[in-house]
Design a protein around this ligand. Structure first.
Ligand code: C2E
Ligand code: CA
Ligand code: CA
Length: 946
């Protein structure tokens, strides 16, 4: 659409006449803010008076009442109102004038078109191809100071054709006096004023590097014709006038149309190269123009776009929403941004950002809307990802820091602050070694960097230190970020706090290495220490004692007082052992009530012995636990390295064997391992294992040996004697295996089995009509068991048909007098059950009469050695004789054991002992043979003589 001068002319209805006064001209121009006035004479144009003319007049000192005819220019360039704009501009530029008088169709002046009008028309975009302000700004301004008189600068203005005076103070522009001001001042008769009094202030400035479009826009918005150009320090460097903006077009003047077209082409090219959609619509929504991106998007060629409306390209709904948005922009009179989904002609939906601006005509009226639409689908996606990444970064539980390529920290996240205690300000710009704990050698980090450089990635556990100095274990991964050029631009480090985990691990380690109950090292730590101790002993030449300690009778404590008490006792035992040892020594709980010991730095066997004695003495002291006073002893075996030159396992085994020997030796003692007895001990231990298995496998059997009354010729009872049908060794006698079990828990198990078996047998005989009392041998260990009496009474409860007189218990005289109090108590309790006692092997122990009085054993069994020897040994005879006397005195029954011959029986009868037992009467036999034997047995004829 071509525009004509008529469209842009400023109508000058006010006219001057040749005799109008200069003052009047100046006043009216200032009043109307116009730069020129026409002078008419007789209905036709006589001339034109411009601001510049008035400035010239002032400088020439003309009087205010001078008629305008004297200064007006009569050579007025007129032009028809229907001339096309480009042609008009070319005409004006060619004649080097700033005002064109536009005539109507009747040849009458319609108004004036000035440089400003052309600028407004061409619009800001017209200058887009020009460079910055500095390239166009003029240097010919007049500079004055605030106290320069106005009159002084006028002459200069005229001479240099300058359109204004810049008033400065110390080189900084503070005010401006323009031609227009001068005209106004002239009208007001203020020629004598100082610049400081009349200047307009503050000044409008623009930076020399600003875009020309900006300058043009500024002039347009502020309705000014000059901008003061300043540098970065706000120092005056030039002046940009409206004329300067127009000026560069002058040289293109020849072919302004061509230039304009070229400019247009360049603009179009520019528009088409940008991917954004650019399009113009008039107020009614008709497209005035669009770029290629736009026509591509809607799938309609540009030519077909122009003149159409949205409703022809898209759905009614979408067209309406565009219309509404355009209307908003028009109403607002300013650029508005919005976002919205657009459906392309190929059906693809894209999210667009619209920037819509109203297009203004020179009069400030809105004539349309220019829109720039940009596809932001990807940007939105990227933003979303960025936000996501940012939130991951910020809200991650893992600490994250990002460094530059030289490992200086650029950014950290919140978790970093929380985990390390460092704030962002503490670490940004520093290297990550601010976290270093000093727990890793330099090689550790050297290797880390090496891996990072080689593989771009490193992962591992690092001990760091928090800001408060506390150690911090982190599981770290570091990744190198490579730039486009290939070099490392950043490192990203993500770390997880695993301190708690590590501490936990230590606890686990503690659990793994220490006994939970006593806090003593456990077997696995003991093994470690053992290795070290062996190496040390080897180096130092000192002795190392390896001990094995087992509490005596711990089980009864547990049984009678409960496990909590038992546990406390074990803890106290652990502490006492620990206290007895020196710092280099180790005590370890390796089983229920078993402890292993390493006593180091010993110089002699005697010293080792002292250490062991001290230990046992400490353990034997009474324990006060939960108000109970408990006593317990221990059996301790030990071996001495390097006298005993085995490996760790062998040494410990030897100590164990020695402990076993201590148990057998009567407990509450220590035994040093004797390598010579090693082999036998091993065999014994093996046998013990077999005893245990054999008991479970039913390899044991009770034989019964009859007891007879030689005088009456009756069978008064049988003694149960254990036998073992060993799978390889055949029938074994008690002597072959019972001693092994002495003082061991297995003795109780055997004893209980014997009791049960014997009672069952007694019951069986009874049922078969045979009332045969059974004697059962009770081992010392069994008798001392706290459960002995309860167990026995339970057995009777199971067999109520058994009368109590059927069971007699035999205990060794030596055992009975070891702990008279205990034994007499057991005898008393058993008596309540109806069970009687016999003192076995009587005469071998050193029983005193006093004690015998307190032990309510009904029977004394004369030991068989005396019986065997009494026929030829006076001493033995005397003993048998005195035992018989004792029994009579204390009203105890008497049984003679080991009667092998009829003579022995006869002698016993002569001495007053009627009841006997021995091979001479019957050998022990299986239960099944007893009835038949009783049937067949007859007393020896020799005995009838007595
Ligand atoms: P003991 O209680 O003195 O038992 C008598 C032992 O003398 C038996 O040996 C028996 O076979 C043996 N004997 C009997 N008459 C004669 C004889 O005329 N001449 C010789 N030389 N020996 C004779 P046995 O069965 O080998 O038992 C040995 C010891 O083992 C028993 O001595 C007893 O103390 C113990 N014993 C046997 N059975 C058991 C048992 O079930 N429990 C416990 N705790 N000890 C038992
Ligand atoms: Ca016996
Ligand atoms: Ca005996």
């Amino acid at each position: 659409m071509k525009r004509h001068l008529a469209d842009i002319v400023t109508h000058h209805l006010d006219r001057l006449w040749p005799d109008s006064k200069l003052s009047e001209a100046a006043a009216r121009m200032a009043e109307m803010r116009i730069s020129s006035m026409l002078v008419m004479e007789g209905g036709s144009l006589a001339g034109i008076v411009t601001e510049r003319d008035i400035v010239r007049a002032m400088s020439a000192g003309m009087a205010l009442d001078t008629p305008v005819a004297r200064l007006m220019s009569t050579q007025v360039l007129t032009i028809g109102h229907d001339v096309e704009l480009a042609a008009a501009f070319r005409f004006a530029v060619r004649h080097g004038i700033r005002h064109l008088v536009v005539l109507d169709e009747h040849g009458q002046p319609l108004g004036v078109v000035s440089e400003s009008d052309f600028r407004f028309h061409l619009g800001i975009g017209f200058f887009a191809h020009l460079s910055d302000v500095a390239s166009l700004m003029g240097q010919n301004w007049i500079q004055g100071t605030t106290d320069s008189p106005l009159s002084g600068v006028l002459e200069q203005m005229v001479e240099t054709r300058s359109s204004c005076v810049i008033v400065t103070r110390q080189d900084a522009p503070v005010g401006l006096v323009t031609e227009r001001d001068v005209v106004r001042l002239f009208g007001e008769g203020k020629q004598a004023a100082l610049l400081g009094e009349v200047m307009s202030s503050p000044v409008h400035t623009i930076r020399s590097n600003a875009a020309l479009t900006q300058a043009a826009a500024q002039m347009q918005i502020l309705k000014i014709r000059h901008l003061i150009v300043v540098d970065e320090q706000d120092r005056l460097v030039g002046l940009l006038s409206e004329h300067d903006l127009i000026h560069p077009l002058e040289w293109m003047d020849e072919e302004f149309g061509r230039v304009a077209t070229e400019t247009q082409d360049r603009l179009r090219q520019l528009m088409n190269t940008i991917p954004d959609l650019v399009y113009f619509k008039d107020l009614d929504g008709h497209y005035l123009d669009c770029n290629e991106a736009f026509s591509h998007c809607i799938g309609v060629a540009r030519d077909a776009v122009i003149g159409r409306t949205d409703s022809e390209f898209m759905s009614a709904g979408q067209a309406e929403s565009h219309r509404l948005r355009d209307a908003e922009v028009i109403a607002a009179g300013k650029t508005l941004r919005s976002e919205g989904w657009v459906t392309q002609h190929d059906g693809q939906r894209i999210l667009m950002e619209f920037s819509k601006s109203p297009v203004m005509d020179p009069g400030g009226a809105c004539v349309g809307v220019v829109s720039v639409a940009r596809d932001i689908s990807e940007r939105k996606l990227a933003e979303k990802q960025l936000r996501l990444a940012a939130s991951v970064f910020q809200f991650a539980h893992d600490g994250i820091y990002i460094t530059d390529g030289d490992a200086f920290i650029l950014e950290i996240n919140r978790a970093f602050e929380e985990i390390t205690g460092y704030h962002r300000a503490d670490v940004v710009g520093k290297k990550p070694d601010i976290l270093a704990s000093g727990k890793h050698p330099p090689e550790f980090f050297a290797e880390m960097w090496d891996t990072l450089r080689r593989e771009g990635y490193w992962s591992g556990e690092v001990w760091n230190r928090r800001k408060d100095g506390e150690l911090l274990a982190v599981l770290t991964t570091i990744s190198a970020v490579h730039g486009e050029a290939g070099g490392v631009t950043h490192y990203v480090c993500v770390f997880t706090d695993i301190t708690a985990l590590k501490l936990n691990q230590r606890q686990v380690e503690r659990l793994a290495y220490y006994d939970a109950l006593t806090q003593l090292p456990n077997r696995s730590l003991f093994t470690d220490r053992f290795r070290i101790a062996l190496a040390q002993a080897e180096r130092s030449g000192e002795l190392l004692a390896v001990g094995y300690l087992d509490l005596d009778d711990f089980k009864p404590v547990n049984d009678s007082h409960g496990h909590p008490v038992g546990d406390k006792l074990l803890q106290e035992v652990g502490q006492r052992i620990d206290r007895c040892l020196r710092s280099g020594d180790t005590a370890s709980r390796i089983g229920g009530d078993e402890f292993a010991l390493l006593v180091t730095g010993l110089r002699s066997m005697a010293e080792a012995e002292q250490a062991m004695a001290r230990l046992l003495a400490a353990l034997a002291e009474p324990y006060l636990i939960e108000g109970l006073s408990l006593s317990i002893t221990a059996s301790l075996g030990y071996t001495l390295f390097p006298y005993d030159d085995g490996d760790g396992d062998a040494l410990l085994r030897h100590a164990d064997q020695a402990m076993y020997a201590a148990k057998q030796g009567g407990r509450n003692r220590y035994v040093c391992f004797d390598p010579e007895h090693d082999r036998r001990t091993v065999e014994q231990k093996e046998l013990l294992r077999q005893v245990e298995n054999g008991l479970a496998a039913g390899e044991f059997q009770l034989y019964y040996q009859p007891k007879v009354d030689m005088r009456q010729g009756t069978v008064v009872g049988v003694e149960a004697l254990i036998r073992w049908h060993h799978p390889e060794l055949g029938l074994l006698l008690p002597h072959d295996f019972l001693p092994l079990t002495e003082n061991l828990d297995i003795a109780v198990d055997i004893g209980n089995w014997v009791l049960k078996e014997a009672l069952n047998q007694a019951l069986a005989w009874r049922k078969a009509g045979l009332a045969l009392p059974v004697s059962v041998n009770i081992s010392p260990r069994h008798l001392q068991d706290v459960d002995f009496v309860p167990h026995l009474s339970a057995l009777f409860e199971q067999h109520p048909e058994l009368d109590a007189g059927c069971l007699e218990l035999e205990i060794l005289e030596s055992t009975a007098f070891e702990d008279v109090a205990l034994v007499s108590e057991v005898i008393r309790e058993c008596a309540a059950l109806g069970v009687t006692f016999a003192l076995d092997d009587f005469g071998t122990g050193y029983s005193t009469l006093i004690y015998l009085r307190h032990l309510h054993a009904r029977v004394l069994k004369v030991d068989q050695t005396f019986v065997r020897d009494m026929t030829h040994d006076m001493e033995s005879f005397a003993i048998v004789e005195s035992v018989i006397g004792l029994a009579a005195a204390f009203k105890r029954q008497l049984v003679a054991e080991g009667v092998e011959t009829a003579e022995q029986g006869k002698m016993l009868l002569q001495l007053g002992c009627n009841v006997a037992q021995g091979f001479g009467i019957a050998e022990p036999m299986p239960a099944g043979q007893i009835a038949e034997w009783i049937e067949r047995w007859r007393p020896d004829p020799l005995w009838r003589q007595v």
